[in-house]
Design a protein around this ligand. Structure first.
Ligand SMILES: CC(C)(COP(=O)(O)OP(=O)(O)OC[C@H]1O[C@@H](n2cnc3c(N)ncnc32)[C@H](O)[C@@H]1OP(=O)(O)O)[C@@H](O)C(=O)NCCC(=O)NCCS
Length: 176
């Protein structure tokens, strides 16, 4: 996607994130605008980011972990057992120079479509978004998610207690 102003959204695809993606990972991983509503601080070094991929991403079982775009990342966390196996949580980040082109919306739709097809026991995909993160709320609305309500003082983000909007999409509502 480097350098392109017009992006063919139909060419967006998903694949597991790996060590070879480190340079693309660093595009958003060092982006201060991206980190504002995220629990992490921008990565200071490539080594730190490589360790994150090695320790947190590579050991995950297929379907429970990260999907990669070249300059972004989507994270469907789903449990395959226990009483919450009917639902999974979705998160995503994209380098700020690519914002506003419809990329995250297309990718979220793709993840929802793929995960409901591959994990037939999954009935609900949910996402928690900071009340001030209007762009992310819009992504979920455009992807067909229902805004269920606001969870007050739900989460501590960088020392401040935040209200979070909860969104969900059911397998029966997924368009594909
Ligand atoms: C959230 C994020 C993934 C959106 O990516 P994106 O590719 O720009 O999203 P899209 O282009 O598909 O859609 C963004 C929508 O939000 C709107 N939007 C963005 N910022 C906005 C703002 N401050 N106020 C109102 N609308 C806003 C855009 O206009 C667009 O809506 P539209 O198509 O109706 O015009 C990206 O901003 C990001 O990575 N942010 C940092 C990490 C983050 O917050 N992740 C989500 C955690 S829940």
């Amino acid at each position: 996607m480097e350098g392109s102003s017009d992006i063919d959204l139909s060419k967006i695809s998903l694949r597991p994130l790996g060590l070879a993606d480190i340079d693309d990972f660093m595009v958003w991983g060092t982006d201060e605008k991206v980190a504002i509503f995220c629990t992490w601080e921008p990565y200071a070094t490539k080594e730190e980011a490589l360790n994150y991929i090695k320790e947190k991403i590579l050991p995950q079982t297929p379907g429970s972990g990260q999907s990669a775009l070249t300059t972004g990342q989507l994270v469907p966390f789903c449990s395959n057992s226990g009483s919450d196996r009917c639902r999974g949580e979705l998160g995503y980040v994209l380098g700020s120079k690519y914002w506003g082109k419809g990329i995250a919306t297309q990718a979220v739709k793709l993840v929802a479509d793929t995960i409901f097809k591959e994990w037939t026991h999954l009935e609900r995909l949910e996402a928690f978004v900071d009340v001030d993160n209007v762009g992310s709320q819009r992504v979920l609305e455009k992807s067909g998610f229902l805004r269920e309500g606001v969870l007050r003082k739900f989460f501590i983000l960088k020392g401040r207690t935040r209200d979070m909007v909860i969104f969900s999409l059911l397998s029966t509502e997924c368009e594909a």
